[in-house]
Design a protein around this ligand. Structure first.
Ligand code: KIV
Length: 289
């Protein structure tokens, strides 16, 4: 799969096919925060497919091809088994389906922690194979040297602190972080280290609200919250969560639709039509002239 495939506007089922418009850039996202103030919060959602990207693109500043696709798309138990090729393929689809938002792709577990060189090779592969503009990686101070190495070689990076799902086996679960003074200080220190290393934004996930505010005040680059605070410089959610695709709703999610009920209801009506032979009807069948 590569970026040499473009969306075919003649065969796309989207109607009207979205019109190409000028894409936002990484420096434009970074520049949203000036002297500690972000006048226009950054809107970020996850996207994993071309059609999802088409529908979200006009409303978002950043589309994140999150490794949460491991659970959301593939039914995996965590993000740990997600591979570089999975990320590259979904990121390429999202780039094909978007014209406006900056596309950022998550670096999956095991593809960047070994060394700065490993991280650069993995990031370069993701960007070349997909056309995405930037990568996101998890971890704080321990990843700072890697972030610096990768950024200096032309790969924009979003950091990710607080609850870092790839570390679930170390953390022992997905509970909110920053409840003790030591943990809170570490999260703020992690964010500072990433910002100093050149990250253009930092996702702050699953932390108690005062820590999200402290991080936002501590770093010059924008923070993007999930389970954090409305005072972050932007917000991100997993799109399927806000659509109501799953029964379990984490506390930090606001559901805007109940798409699971729509899908299940449509499948139920289709199944009934097939069983009582009312589908396909005359409108859906080809007749001989
Ligand atoms: O993988 C993901 O979707 C993420 C966001 C939830 C921040 O990292």
């Amino acid at each position: 799969m590569s970026t040499t495939f473009q969306l075919d506007t003649a065969t796309s089922r989207a109607n009207p096919t979205p019109q190409p418009i000028r894409r936002l850039t990484v420096p434009a996202i970074r520049a949203r925060k000036q002297d500690g103030v972000t006048a226009e919060p950054i809107v970020m959602l996850t996207a994993y497919t071309a059609r999802q990207a088409q529908l979200l693109d006009a409303h978002c500043d950043v589309l994140l091809v999150g490794d949460s696709l491991g659970q959301v798309i593939y039914g995996l138990p965590s993000t740990v088994p997600v591979t570089l090729e999975m990320m590259a393929n979904h990121a390429a689809a999202v780039v094909r389906g978007s014209w406006h938002a900056v596309v950022v792709v998550d670096m999956p577990f095991g593809t960047y922690e070994g060394s700065p060189e490993q991280a650069f090779a993995s990031a370069a592969h993701l960007l070349k194979a997909s056309g995405a503009a930037a990568v996101k990686l998890e971890g704080g101070a321990a990843m700072a040297a890697t972030v610096e190495f990768v950024v200096q070689r032309g790969v924009p990076v979003i950091g990710h602190v607080g609850l870092t799902p790839q570390a679930v086996n170390v953390l022992g679960g997905y509970g909110a972080r920053g409840r003790t003074e030591a943990e809170a200080a570490k999260i703020v220190g992690d964010a500072r280290a990433l910002a100093d290393a050149g990250a253009f934004a930092i996702v702050v996930e699953g932390v108690v609200e005062p820590i999200a505010v402290a991080v936002t005040e501590a770093v010059p680059c924008p923070t993007i919250g999930i389970g954090a605070s409305a005072r972050c410089d932007g917000q991100v959610l997993v799109t399927e969560d806000l659509l109501g695709m799953f029964e379990r709703v984490p506390r930090f999610v606001k559901r805007y639709e109940d798409i699971a009920a729509l899908i299940s209801g449509a499948a139920q009506r289709y199944a009934a039509d097939v069983r009582n032979r009312t589908f396909p009807g005359p409108e859906q069948t080809y007749q001989a002239d």
